[in-house]
Write a protein that binds this ligand. Sequence first.
Ligand code: CMC
Length: 383
Amino acid sequence: MSTATADIYRPGLEGIIACETAISSVEGRQGAGGLEYRGYPIEELAESATYLETAHLLLHGHLPTQAELDAFEDRIRAARAVPEPLIELLRNVPRHVHPMDTLRTSVSVLAHYDPDLAASPTDHAANVRKAERLIGQMATAIAYRERIERGLPLLAPRDDLDHAANFLYMVNGEVPSETKRKAFDVSLVLYAEHELNASTFAARVTVSTLSDLHSGIVSAIGTLKGPLHGGANEEAWKVLEQVGDPDKAHAWITAALGRKERIMGFGHRVYKTGDPRARILKRYCQQIAHEAGEDRWERIAEPIEREVTAQKHLPPNVDWPSARLYHYLGLQIHIYTPIFAMARVAGWAAHVIEQLDHNRLMRPRARYIGQPSRDVEPIEARG
Ligand code: CMC
């Protein structure tokens, strides 16, 4: 062999350190477990910072001062107006296309119209500008597509509303209550970043070839779509619907596990004793359900959690409560994963920028398990 081959082989790269990052950690304080963005515990950010403050932290490395936040919010607001050709495209995409596919295409189209299109992929300042634009643009693209899908007129973004409230308004046509705005905003904070998950890894691999930021985000969206990753929040809602009654949870879960099926919204590659994001979001679900006087789904979710934990020792992950939350907010199932993407774009972009600032091509090795070396036979001798 002319090249050294590491002997370490871990299916799914489990436990492998593939890069260094200063963006987030799943180790928690003193390695006690827990999620931190740039050293801040997720619990404190969810309580005290908005999604845009969090996005500023991820992209710029620090929580903003009021003046910095005002300027950041102005830039995001300006980016909510998407180019007309994208709106035309959103009108013409066939109705049956999943919104994640439309979102992936939308980001490709947005790349064509980005004012920094010609910038070098390693231009840090241009990459931050691209990332900030995408935060505003992706929310609009998802909301517009949803309105088109529902056969409703498009609603212009409202400058008097924050990121979370504006999105809910642009989809539902109603300004949400403060409880709902806060709950949705917290879900965006919790979804904003998560170390080297599959979609972030895909984004980093893409730009490690010195490809551009939009290409990295397109790779990430395609990766997030799968049900083992972001697609799980849509699947988690289907579990709730199929169980349909708290008294049926035991039998349903026992039967599904008996068929070796995965219960979507449970389990995690890293968090083996519980996903801190799920604990936070569950409280908001309970609060909204309580205020609405409609706790049916909370009552169904509870015994499912107990059964999956008892029978399989798997705690819920963030996608489990987010499915209920988005239902309470009047959102259709098929935009649950796009919402995950519109939040995670801040984390993806931060990783893309970090990768390009300190780039080394990602090119791992594979262990060959195919045929031994052999000679090519002439075609008439094959058979
Ligand atoms: N339901 C039933 N069994 C499960 C589940 C589940 N949700 N998750 C893992 N297992 C079982 C799996 O079948 C296997 O069993 P056995 O050893 O008997 O074959 C064992 O646990 C190990 O599975 P694994 O896939 O090697 O474990 P992992 O730690 O790599 O799994 C996971 C991580 C997220 C892929 C997995 O837990 C899963 O498929 N969960 C359901 C999908 C989901 O909720 N994804 C969202 C993840 S968190 C947020 C996000 O990234 O979107």
